[in-house]
Design a protein around this ligand. Sequence first.
Ligand code: HDD
Length: 764
Amino acid sequence: VQALAAGMPHNLNKAGEHGFANGVAPRAGATVEPQSRLPAASTLSEENGSEKLGSTAVDGLNATIEPLDRVRVDSTGRFLTTNQGVAVADNQNSLKLGTRGPVLLEDFILREKITHFDHERIPERIVHARGSGAHGFFECYEPCTDITKAAPFQAAGKITPVFVRFSTVQGERGSKDTARDVRGFAVKFYTDEGNWDLVGNNIPVFFIQDAMKFPDLVHAVKPEPHHQMPQAASAHDTFWDFVSLMPESTHMLMWVMSDRAIPRSYATMQGFGVHSFRMVNEAGESVFVKFHWSPVAGTHSLVWDEAVKISGADPDFHRRDLWERIEAGNYPEYELALQVFTEEQADQFSFDILDATKIIPEELVPLRKVGRMVLNRNPDNFFAETEQVAFCAAHVVPGIDFSNDPLLAGRIHSYVDTQISRLGGPNFHEIPINSPVAQVHNNQRDGMHRQAIHRGRVSYEPNSLAGGCPFQAGAAQGFVSVPARLQAQDEQAKVRAKPEKFADHYTQATLFFESQTPVEQDHIANAFRFELSKVTVPAIRERMVASLRNASEALAKKVAMGLGMDPLPAPLPRALPDPAAPEVAKSPALSLLFRPGDGSIKGRKVAILVAPGVEGESIKKAQAALLEQGAVGRLVGPRIGPMPTASGDALDADASLENEPGFLFDALILPDGDEAVAALAQDGHTMEFIKDQFRHCKTILALGASRLLLVKAGLPASMDKSQAQGDTGLLVAEAAGVDEAMSAFIAGMAKHRHFGREMDPPLL
Ligand code: HDD
């Protein structure tokens, strides 16, 4: 009430809507133009000031988005009401004729409540149904006016608010986060010249080259139609049947079988616009661009066994991680970089830049860093924001344009179309999360759920009755499509066909595989082995291995061996027997290890095991050292609650060995204290903790007596030997030396994994 009286936002804990206003400092050394921090003001209807809105619509301010407070509801200190605002006296009982009599039809309060409930669900997205979102901002590093007039890139320090949704593709809305799958990486920029949606993935290529095949791909990968299995998985017959018959998917399969498809966190994966887009400057000159998001925290992934286990213990693993990082102030941050190239350069490449199954190696066209994105605010309401947000590949703004990529063409149609059934009509752009910061003025009218109240009698153009308004912006301010380059005469006939270079299905699959480290190559081979071992039809497995032989003989052999396939099937005939020689044979940038990140352990979770009689001081020190680094050290005991220490005080275990299994944590600390170690040694959960941490190549620190636990769990008996072998992730120290040990532990965690100890099959 005080807040309302003072004219403050309804929801006090969301005071800063966007950008720096919320106390987020610009990056060090940034040149910030203060006037460009916030989006330019705009309005739906400048004349439409109304006390009813809760605040008067200010001239030039779009009341629906800046800020969103008009539509936020905080019921603190309020009566319960009906949807008509009538106060409800009793929310426990329906209206009856006597206490045991029939319920009366006139009970409009009951009927309204039940009716609304009956219609709470909307259809889930046809793909990417499972997702999590966050608000944030994009900050431009330097003006990019040489290549684009797009609003977000016009001034150093310019802030553009964004909403981002990350997703998996195959599973349903309630499916697990850690499935092996592509991740959606969709960014809505609320630019002051309209909404621009960069609807990308965490993988820079795609399965298919033409939108014509998209429904087939999705039908093949989704749960099979007769029994609706499997959920959130591609390891089944129909998917592998389809992709093994579509050699153009081989490059994408390499990525999807790599650890990229099981990211550790949304904060540790890259994002890509996938297609070649165009940028256009004020002079109308255009270049091609590819968009790359790179996480400041580095690219880190799970390992498969871990992903499988996490999906049982915490299906919301990525959603929770994103939420907790933001609540803790460890804001996920990504740098945006462009690969800029001209049409003339593109003509020389060994591949076709209109083919979404091809990358442009960074070694061929370097990345130009243009800005950063920080996700600094969780949504208030999942449905209103994350579920109702509608991304669309067709949403571009002046300065951004499409290429002729035939996959992109289909997307330009599909996204708006799908929202019409998903969000119930053509006015989904008026849902607050979708509504642009820029002004919306046109003659589109009516339809389901119309919010805007258009004044006057004119809804056509040209008109004289409204002074010609709203009027065409003209080429100087309006969106103008880049005139496509004229093609040679013989290419102008209507055809259903592809350019020749599209038929090179294997060169870049080879490039990707050859550019991985040996560990990553092993993981790819193991993923193919796992997925194909779930395929029940031998001919499909054989066809896939036959196709892999064209990409990598070594990989094909390894997969075949894992499937008991001997001899190898003959390689699949190539569509293009003699493809152009690639520009680069190896691209180190394709390895996850190429982007280790800033070396911090911010947002990481560490299990510190405790039990009655634990040596408390070293545990407190360890926990404090982690907190100082922005990581969370959780005390995990045989049960939750106070845990008496050896010195007589108590530590508070907020997780138990049962409710937070070890694989949910990035690292493990085992405590000193004879009594505690004896208790932990009796609990099978402890051994599972240690084995999983070891097997998943994570950092383990055993303090004092707990070294025995490592031995009991079956780890290599001599820790000293293991350390001598260079495993910096397996540490043993006395409790008194915990300070020093924590430095080594934190350094070990910063390495993310210690793959040197990985074995196939696993030792433990
Ligand atoms: Fe798509 C959703 C990304 C090809 C049709 N797509 C969707 C989302 C992402 C992508 C991230 C979820 C957006 C959100 O969070 O709401 N899609 C891609 C990428 C592609 C791609 C990177 C290839 C480069 N998509 C693609 C094609 C078509 C579609 C070829 C159709 C011709 N995609 C859709 C869709 C979805 C969608 C059916 C489902 C829900 C939605 O749009 O809003 O329209």
